[in-house]
Design a protein around this ligand. Structure first.
Ligand SMILES: [Zn+2]
Length: 263
């Protein structure tokens, strides 16, 4: 009798173990993926650099196969009758993050732009060093990208070049708060910024359809890049450049696209 119970008990335990193994196998293939699987590691240099982004993951394939990629060299443009971009930027407390790829400021809701009767909400802005776009072949020490999204999930990015020149007071709150190492977002509730103070005085701009300049390089991004650069002094540029350390994707081909200019 007790031997029969032992056999039943071992069958029961064996059954539980098999179910547990089967569940583990199931979750290995179909369960939620861990962080590295969802976001493959990419960099700006070496094997995981821009030349190989398209090979690092199937979801990054557009980086290699896309024909409407960013950034581009802004030249050979068509003068067009483009309406000025209607800009409505409000104040935001400073929320800043060093995400390992850039310094990003997450903006509070309520700031918008209007392009072709479409409203886009400002989500965040971040920096590249040196500039990603080029102007008639020329590179700038820094470029700001203001990332907006409309109600359908389409993106519009405003690009602003920064050249070396006068001290820029509007950059100071950001520069003093820059986290030197990557980590979670830091909130400075008492520091109020307004990104409209970082716009160039002259409203001439280029427009084209491009992509994210980082993996997964998704396309149908509406790009608006101002022709006039804003200024920062050499110390300010050095502070940002030291942390960013060369986070620019190389220039991509224009291919079949038209580059429009408003001026
Ligand atoms: Zn960017």
């Amino acid at each position: 009798m007790s031997k029969k119970n032992d056999i039943l008990a071992s069958l029961f335990i064996g059954g539980l173990l098999s179910i547990s193994i089967l569940l583990n196998i199931f979750f290995f293939f179909f369960g939620p993926k861990n962080e590295t699987e969802t976001h493959p590691h990419w960099t700006y240099t070496g094997y995981t650099g821009p030349e190989n982004w398209g090979e690092l993951s199937p979801e990054f394939e557009t980086c290699k196969t896309g024909l409407n990629q960013s950034p581009i060299n802004l030249k050979e443009s068509l003068k067009s009758d483009l309406k000025p971009i209607a800009i409505n930027y409000q104040n935001s407390p400073l929320n800043i993050i060093n995400n390992g790829h850039t310094i990003q400021i997450n903006y509070s809701s309520g700031s918008t732009i209007n392009v072709d009767n479409e409203t886009y909400d400002l989500l965040q802005f971040h920096f590249h060093n040196p500039s990603e776009h080029r102007l008639e072949g020329n590179s700038f020490p820094l470029e700001i990208h203001l990332v907006h999204r409309n109600q359908y999930g389409k993106l519009a990015v405003l690009g602003i070049f920064i050249e070396s020149g006068k001290h820029n007071n509007n950059l100071d709150p950001i520069l003093t708060a820059i986290p030197n190492n990557s980590g979670p977002e830091k909130a400075f509730a008492k520091t109020v910024i307004n990104v409209k103070n970082l716009l160039p005085p002259v409203n001439g701009f280029y427009r084209y359809f491009g992509s994210l300049t980082t993996p997964p390089c998704s396309e149908r991004v509406r790009w608006i890049v101002f022709e006039q650069a804003i200024q920062a002094d050499s110390q300010q540029i050095a502070t940002l450049s030291k942390v960013l350390g060369g986070n620019n994707r190389p220039i991509q081909e224009l291919n079949e696209r038209f580059l429009l200019r408003s001026f």
